[in-house]
Write a protein that binds this ligand. Structure first.
Ligand SMILES: NC(=O)C1=CN([C@@H]2O[C@H](COP(=O)(O)OP(=O)(O)OC[C@H]3O[C@@H](n4cnc5c(N)ncnc54)[C@H](OP(=O)(O)O)[C@@H]3O)[C@@H](O)[C@H]2O)C=CC1
Ligand SMILES: O=C(O)[C@@H]1CCC=N1
Length: 275
């Protein structure tokens, strides 16, 4: 529990699916008593009810009730649902609220377009490792958001991992690198584990070895200050085992496939708002 975190604002979640779950869990773990200040709603009331029960949050019967009770509203619905939710809540959102988008492809202009007056909007792209306090969130805000308000938003996302302010121009590519990328990393871990099982290791041990290796390697990149290529070279003993594996990966376009998948991810992100 981070003692310095003292959030005065009330936070609402509209939509209680996977990403909301990850963020709520992360927040509950990092801000003492925050559950008392969190409000949730979902089209499927039973889902919101389950979430409210699990974390002792305030359950709202409607999205409008979330807006009426909170200062910071996190729109945690799918991008194609934003239009309906914005239509529903627009009469209740004031310039004192901060609206946070976590959706792929939803721009600040798209949200502002629903209002006749300027609204404080923060566009973000988090990821599900927020669940364990290791999220990565890209953040961009419009000029209505005051410096101290942006600090509060950054505090929220920093409490569930790392947050970074970026230019909105880059927002559409963030899913490719961090929003969606946990899925490819899980596939990589699964593949490593399958390879280990093929060679006789038990499934449980295989996941543990593979995940710990991935986490350790990621930590080396983040903490050693060394280039990933240099770290890779340190593992490749001359004439050894690793370089054999590296050669096979290179022959099969390991890096190229990932870069191509990221291109597809961004193309899809742009399609979500018809760009
Ligand atoms: N999952 C991830 O890793 C990440 C997701 N995001 C973004 O988060 C957002 C949510 O994604 P995710 O959590 O995966 O999706 P989910 O489908 O898991 O969650 C969305 C929730 O919103 C509910 N919902 C649908 N319509 C409404 C409505 N009108 N009012 C209130 N609630 C509604 C859904 O109910 P029902 O299922 O019944 O439709 C569902 O419970 C998306 O915009 C996505 O781009 C961002 C980063 C990472
Ligand atoms: O798959 C999706 O659309 C969402 C956005 C980023 C991660 N998941």
């Amino acid at each position: 529990m981070n003692e310095v975190m003292n959030l005065q604002k009330k936070i609402g979640f509209i939509g209680t699916g996977n990403m909301a779950d990850a963020m709520i869990k992360g927040l509950v773990n990092n801000f003492q008593d925050i559950y008392k200040k969190m409000y949730v709603s979902d089209k499927a009331l039973d889902k919101a009810e389950e979430m409210a029960k699990l974390y002792d949050l305030n359950l709202c019967q409607s999205n409008v009730e979330v807006v009426k009770n909170t200062d910071i509203i996190i729109l945690a619905v799918k991008p194609n649902i934003y239009r309906y939710v914005l239509e529903e809540i627009k009469g209740y959102v004031t310039n004192n609220h901060i609206l946070i988008s976590i959706a792929a492809g939803i721009s600040i202009d798209f949200i502002q377009g629903y209002f006749d007056y300027p609204i404080k909007i923060v566009r973000t792209m988090p990821n599900t490792p927020a669940f364990v306090g290791e999220g990565m969130t890209a953040v961009t805000a419009n000029s209505e958001v005051k410096h101290e308000e942006l600090e509060t938003v950054l505090n929220i996302f920093n409490s569930i991992g790392k947050a970074d302010i970026i230019d909105e121009k880059l927002m559409d590519m963030i899913p490719a690198v961090s929003g969606s990328s946990p899925a490819y990393v899980y596939m990589f871990i699964e593949a490593l584990a399958d390879g280990a099982v093929l060679q006789g290791m038990t499934r449980d041990k295989a996941y543990q070895y593979a995940a710990q290796a991935v986490m350790g390697a990621a930590k080396m990149v983040l903490e050693s200050g060394k280039h990933p290529g240099e770290l890779k070279d340190q593992v490749c003993s001359p004439g050894g085992t690793t370089i054999e594996a590296v050669y096979t990966l290179e022959k099969n376009h390991f890096r190229g496939i990932i870069i191509e998948a990221m291109e597809d991810c961004t193309t899809k992100t742009k399609k979500l708002t018809g760009k």
